[in-house]
Design a protein around this ligand. Structure first.
Ligand code: ADP
Ligand code: ZN
Ligand code: ZN
Length: 729
């Protein structure tokens, strides 16, 4: 095929230009221009950046309207062809703009606004005359030449520090022709601690896991779900599978929910694969990210460890993607017009390049386990911890009883005892209090009743400003009751104690225990996260208090006690997945206890001790939890049985409501049944930054049709489509 024409997506975020425009390729670029090249093109009266997504020898527009590409913007295509295809798929699947999907595939400097990050350069000094004649007392010059005689070439900064001289010495030498000075590109290095971690001899269960994954890799490449309890050695399985992938000349991506929360896993990868590993995440500076990206694109790294967006890392020989803790909600992109689920993107990317996906978790998402049981994924289970370490014992404490016995404090008698026992030992504890967001619910301290919505099976949320309870799914709202609707008790309480208050109380009651706190407030500064975890690892505090951040893959062998102050908090978050999230959270945080030689204890305080999610967590019974949850989902027609799509409109008050109503009417016209359409209603957060928000929720069998042709009522109204939404605020 002669490459005479290029299909180009122009870099404009607007529905009206969300299509491929054909351009002529000037003769001199016809041999070099490839799919994925960034190009400069004329567009109307402007010149814009665009991306080549197709090449053709067929003219598809009227010849007189055909315009020419001005020039390519890089020597080599920035985007891999497989990633161009992935972007096309994302735009289709998530009803977003192709141009926006392509932004994910470009170097980081693009995606984060229009800051231009260049390559970083430094001055390189090269010795040109091996034995130069220098003035007799030119001592500084002599030191420089000596240093260069040993090494031949050195970076100027390094050389000046070594020889304790200044730039004028170098200038003088350059003038005499003794040395040359030139700018060279240097990488902004990202240092990763390497924690010594010897390759383990696999347990029989790990052995089976590695072999099953490699069998898929050699065969049908069906994704594999690795369901292994906490501490069962999943990471060791990933490491050994990746070692094999590298031996075959392929490359791997390892995705983790949040790098800052799990520095330990990164350190283990760095220790095992050394400089073949690189890391991509948002805590790096833009320049650092840019350099890591370029290194990956140029084939300088074979293993990329990173958070969500590392799924787009431009590895040219990708053979494997691992999603660790695949159930985590941070894998969902919640911003922009393309709200992708990383798991689905990883599956698609691997399908495009013939790679293998491994999903790992102690508590797989209900959707994932369902797919595994349906045969869509291979399933491997690691039911035991390595070295037969027992799973920690979990005690459920009924806080209603504590209350009736006169305990009005945050701590149950049992937890208080365990904390006292800790004083004077070198054991450690983690205390979880998962209060996040603005939402709080109202609970009866005598009977445990949570005030819920009469229409929606979710708890009502207390809104301080209006002193009202509101449903975040429908329009229902009511004044704050003074008595419990079930038992008429007056002990109704809004739950909203935060971690900060908890720390204060703990310090007062247990002066012998030093505390550290890990939550959104203490981790705002860059690096503070890992600093807190390092302090805890060094034993500078005995108790780590925190939100769900403390539940993630931390591995501290001295932790023997985990306390959960209020398991109900996540149970009553307005969300169809609240039971699942509670089970996951309890299992994950319990898994932090007893990981070393010392056995662990877990104490879970709750007002609903008989809730199936809490009971299943107590007995480490994932399968029991799954069976109940999946039948609940089936009954209500929730995912994975049916798809849920949220369409959110935002803008001026009246236009927004009209737009949302028009969309609902349009969907009904497309055959959506009224019972499958929830809304249009104002979104739970009805107004943000002056923009009004309306939404419809739609249930459908298979992907919802017609999303690409939603009616546009007013330009001022922004429409966002969210497939499988994780929250509804
Ligand atoms: P997971 O990822 O399932 O939570 P890890 O891979 O972190 O589990 O393993 C838990 C601990 O056990 C780690 O300290 C790890 O070094 C160790 N470990 C893993 N596999 C083995 C093995 N086969 N033999 C001995 N120790 C192991
Ligand atoms: Zn009550
Ligand atoms: Zn409701």
């Amino acid at each position: 095929m002669e490459r005479k024409y290029a299909g180009v997506i122009v870099d404009v975020r607007a529905e009206a230009v969300n299509r491929i425009f054909q351009y002529a390729i000037p003769e001199k670029y016809q041999r070099s221009l490839e799919i994925g090249h960034r190009v400069l093109v004329p567009f109307g009266s402007r010149r814009l950046e665009g991306y080549v997504v197709e090449l053709s020898d067929q003219l598809e527009v009227e010849a007189e309207r055909l315009r020419s590409i001005i020039k390519p913007l890089d020597a080599k295509p920035a985007i891999l062809p497989s990633l161009v295809e992935l972007a096309r798929w994302m735009a289709d699947t998530y009803a977003g703009l192709f141009s926006e999907a392509l932004q994910y595939m470009l170097p980081p400097a693009h995606r984060y606004g229009r800051e231009r990050v260049g390559v970083k350069t430094a001055q390189m000094v090269t010795l040109l005359q091996p034995e130069p004649q220098l003035r007799k007392n030119a001592w500084a010059q002599k030191r420089v030449v000596e240093a260069l005689q040993a090494r031949g070439q050195m970076l100027a900064a390094e050389l000046l520090a070594l020889t304790e001289t200044t730039n004028s010495t170098l200038q003088a030498l350059a003038r005499q022709g003794v040395i040359s000075l030139e700018a060279v590109r240097v990488e902004r290095k990202v240092e990763v601690d390497q924690v010594p971690d010897p390759t383990h001899t696999l347990t029989p269960a790990q052995q089976v896991a590695v072999e099953s994954i490699l069998a898929e890799l050699d065969g049908g490449r069906k994704p594999v779900l690795l369901h292994g309890v906490t501490g069962s050695g999943k990471t060791e399985v990933y490491l050994q599978v990746i070692a094999e992938v590298l031996r075959r000349g392929k490359q791997a991506i390892v995705l983790v929910p949040e790098i800052a929360l799990t520095p330990q896993i990164l350190n283990r990868f760095a220790a095992r694969f050394q400089d073949r590993v690189t890391v991509l995440h948002s805590a790096l500076s833009l320049g650092e990210r840019f350099d890591q990206w370029c290194k990956i694109r140029e084939g300088g790294a074979d293993v990329v460890v990173g958070a969500r967006s590392a799924v787009f890392a431009p590895l040219p020989r990708l053979g494997l993607i691992v999603l660790d803790e695949e159930h985590e909600r941070t894998y969902k992109q919640e911003e922009g017009s393309i709200r992708y689920q990383t798991r689905e993107v990883a599956l698609k990317r691997c399908a495009l390049v013939g790679g293998q996906v491994v999903l790992g978790s102690a508590t797989p998402a209900v959707e994932s386990y369902h797919r595994a049981l349906q045969g869509e994924y291979g399933l491997v289970e690691l039911p035991e911890r390595v070295e037969s370490r027992p799973l920690p014992e979990i005690d459920i404490v009924d806080m209603r009883e504590e209350f009736s016995q006169g305990n009005r404090t945050m701590f149950s008698t049992r937890l208080r005892e365990e904390l006292s026992d800790l004083v004077g030992t070198d054991h450690q504890a983690i205390i979880l209090l998962n209060r996040r967001g603005f939402a709080s619910f109202v609970l009866c301290r005598e009977c445990g009743e949570v005030v819920g919505c009469p229409h929606c099976q979710v708890s009502l949320t207390y809104h301080k400003s209006s002193n009202r309870l509101k449903c975040h799914y429908c329009l229902h709202q009511e004044v704050l009751p003074t008595k419990c609707p079930r038992c008429a008790s007056r002990y109704l309480r809004q739950f909203g104690v935060g971690t900060e208050q908890l720390e204060e109380v703990l310090n007062k009651e247990f002066p012998g225990l030093n505390t550290l706190r890990l939550d959104a407030d203490t981790t705002r500064r860059k690096g503070s996260h890992s600093a807190i975890l390092r302090q805890f690892a060094r034993g500078q505090a005995q108790v780590l208090i925190g939100t769900q951040m403390v539940a993630k893959g931390l591995d501290f062998p001295k932790v023997t006690l985990v306390g959960v102050l209020s398991a109900d908090l996540s149970l009553h978050f307005p969300d169809i997945r609240s039971s699942e999230r509670t089970f996951q959270l309890l299992t994950q945080v319990a898994g932090r206890s007893g990981r070393g030689e010392l056995p662990g204890t877990v104490i879970v305080q709750t007002y609903e001790p008989n809730h199936f999610a809490i009971q299943a967590a107590r007995t480490h019974d994932y399968h029991g939890f799954f069976r109940q949850e999946i039948s609940f989902r089936r009954g209500l027609g929730y995912p994975p049985f049916r798809e849920l799509t949220r369409i959110l409109c935002s803008g001026p008050e009246q236009e927004t409501e009209e737009a949302c109503r028009a969309i609902a009417a349009y969907l009904l016209g497309k055959g959506v049944l009224p019972k499958d359409l929830m809304g249009p209603v104002p979104a739970p957060l009805g107004k943000i930054q002056g923009r009004y928000r309306w939404q419809v929720l739609v249930k459908s069998d298979g992907p919802l049709q017609g999303l690409s042709t939603l009616p546009v009522v007013a330009d001022a109204v922004q429409v966002t489509v969210d497939l499988d939404p994780l929250h509804m605020l």
